[in-house]
Ligand binder design. Sequence first.
Ligand code: ASP
Ligand code: MG
Length: 405
Amino acid sequence: MALIVQKYGGTSVANTDRIKNVAARVAKYHAQGDKVVVVVSAMSGVTDNLIKLAKEIMPLPSEREMDMLLATGEQQTIALTAIALHTLGVPAVSMTGAQAGIVTDGIHTKAKIHNITPKQVHEKLDAGNVVIVAGFQGETSDGQITTLGRGGSDLTAIALAAAIKADLCQIYTDVDGVYTTDPRIVPTAKKLQEISYEEMLELASLGAKVMQSRSVEFAMKFGVVFEVRSSLNDNPGTIVKEETKSMEGVVVRGVALDKNQSKITIIGVPDKPGMAASLFKTLGDANVNVDMIVQNISHGSNPPTTDISFTLDKADLLKSRKVLDGVKKTIGFRELTSSETSAKLSIVGVGMKNHTGVAGKLFQALAKEGVNIDMISTSEIKISVVIDLAKGEAAMKAVHAAFIG
Ligand code: ASP
Ligand code: MG
């Protein structure tokens, strides 16, 4: 008998047949005597569609109202899943994030979990129920509905697993586990049996859309071992856990491509102390996550000026342009350009810590493919390059072939 958290993503609950499948799987565990907490996403496409509706009315809607709107997606799924379990004779109770005791800060659309008091979850489990919790949502201490950022149901599952000290945390999705790269683009991609938190974190934040990166960070911090596996079959998935010695033998664990990058270049920024600070404080205050930053050497005099480019999520581009336009006069930069046609390609592996020549091999593979590099950034276990979106997939194939096969 185990205490299990199972999370089902949007494609796993895409329609009522899929929801019935989920219910059948959950029922099996319940029949075995396991206590099961199910976390579900909105049915696939629902969140996107709600966003689209709001934007038909206004391009930059209130973030509080977006949370109110988007939280309804998951609420549909929890009720439908409970109903599907009832038809199988399994007692099941659905709960909103708030009912499950998930308390967040007040940063609408990107809220962070403050604490979880899963009192009702325990009560309902102890009474023999399957508990189905709406992913992606929480509530502030004064009762405002919040959401945890796109893909946030993963975070709900991991955080709940930590809070109730679950024996097992399973993240069900539409792929068999974590692959060396996206198998839909690169057919030679291989499924990994295990991967370290650090590698998974890099892959997740780099646009390998297996899991939301914040949830992997959370798992690492609280030592939640979890398995990523398919809801469409019974194949074992990929175990995500602390790094082990044997993991370091592999130089590149995975290759990721993030197609949701956009790039802003601020031209003619006065090159004096405090300018970058003001620019990025402005963006930080607007809750924009900036990724790679490149500053050119300065030119001219009185004062010398420089250009600063940085990448960010495409979703934040409009907001960023707006807040930067607002400080154009006070900072005194000349012009702002942006592009939505960038992609970020990255290779990741804890083995890079003790292998040399990795960057050279990467650049060579890209050169052979005729791919131009816009920006480069490196860390201990990762090398990323910003490239033209149109060449993204070809580059990914070439790089995977060079390092993994
Ligand atoms: N429904 C939300 C989204 O699409 C949360 C999730 O799926 O995890 O981002
Ligand atoms: Mg999702």
